[in-house]
Design a protein around this ligand. Structure first.
Ligand code: LIP
Length: 267
């Protein structure tokens, strides 16, 4: 890479921190006001989601003028040349709605669709996850590294469900089959933090379908820069066209093959 992406991480952290503050500060009002839905009755969006994304867009327009933004709530399109910013204003919105303190503001800078810098901020804990391509990933400034697990049957695996009930049923069947081949499984509800958890060794692996680019853009970079094997949507068709996968290298192949054998790629 000819340029240093680390200054972009500083921009992402600065803006994500401001958005995280807004998200936390306005939570009561946001979750007691009108909560709208998107793809299904359980796919919610709050006023805080919208306000957070608007803040990020406004601040990036000042700090990085002319660079487009793709966000979960307002959409957008990638730059033909140069950088595009990819934003999940609240990743883990259902957790946010219920008061479960496991959600984030996720901001990534992508060059030709490839993440080069990213920040994932947790409004409640204040934890700051960062990554710059080729320069490692960090949690609150401490270098991250994936777990050293080598036995699939001793691995802890994260997963998630789609919103559509008919797909959830098929996914549940897959995860029930996989659960007998790993230590245990966890469904925490925020993809960016699941990916960061793999980077920190809090999970040994993670896989999910139907994520938006904004869900994985920063967290996948945090995971890969920590040494995880990462497969983004479309990169491993046997896992499914819209699968996101991340795992410690010691179990990556075995986890991937076990998922395929449990029909993960067909759900
Ligand atoms: C969420 C993801 C999560 C997935 C949820 C939802 P959102 O993103 O982070 O992994 O299982 O269905 O897509 O909608 O809270 O930004």
């Amino acid at each position: 890479m000819s340029f240093d992406p680390r200054p972009l991480v500083d921009v992402a952290v600065t803006v994500a921190r401001e958005a995280a503050d807004l998200v936390l500060r306005t939570r009561h009002a946001a979750v007691t006001a009108q909560v709208d839905t998107k793809s299904t009755a359980t796919d919610v969006v709050t006023e805080a989601d919208r306000a957070s994304e608007q803040l990020v867009r406004d601040r990036l327009a000042v700090l990085r003028p002319g660079e487009p933004v793709i966000g979960e709530e307002e959409g957008g399109s990638a730059a033909v040349e140069g950088l595009t910013w990819v934003v999940d204003p609240i990743d883990g919105t259902v957790n946010y709605l219920y008061g479960l303190p496991w959600y984030s503001v996720s901001i990534a800078a992508q060059l030709d669709g490839v993440s080069v810098a990213g920040a994932v901020l947790e409004p409640v804990s204040g934890r700051v996850w960062t990554a710059a391509r080729g320069h490692g990933s960090y949690l609150d400034g401490v270098r991250l590294g994936v777990s050293g697990v080598t036995r699939l049957e001793l691995s802890l695996i994260g997963y998630g469900f789609a919103y559509r009930p008919e797909r959830r049923q098929r996914q549940a069947t897959t995860w029930a089959a996989l659960s007998t081949r790993v230590r245990d499984i966890r469904r925490a509800g925020a993809a960016s933090l699941d990916l960061c958890s793999v980077a920190a060794g809090w999970l040994d692996g993670y896989a999910e379908h139907a994520l938006g680019r904004w869900d994985w853009a920063a967290g996948a970079l945090v995971a890969s820069e920590a040494g995880a094997v990462v497969r983004l949507p479309g990169e491993d068709p046997e896992l499914g066209a819209d699968a996101t996968f991340a795992a410690a290298p010691g179990i990556a192949d075995n986890l991937r093959n076990a998922l395929v054998e449990c029909d993960f790629g067909l759900v």
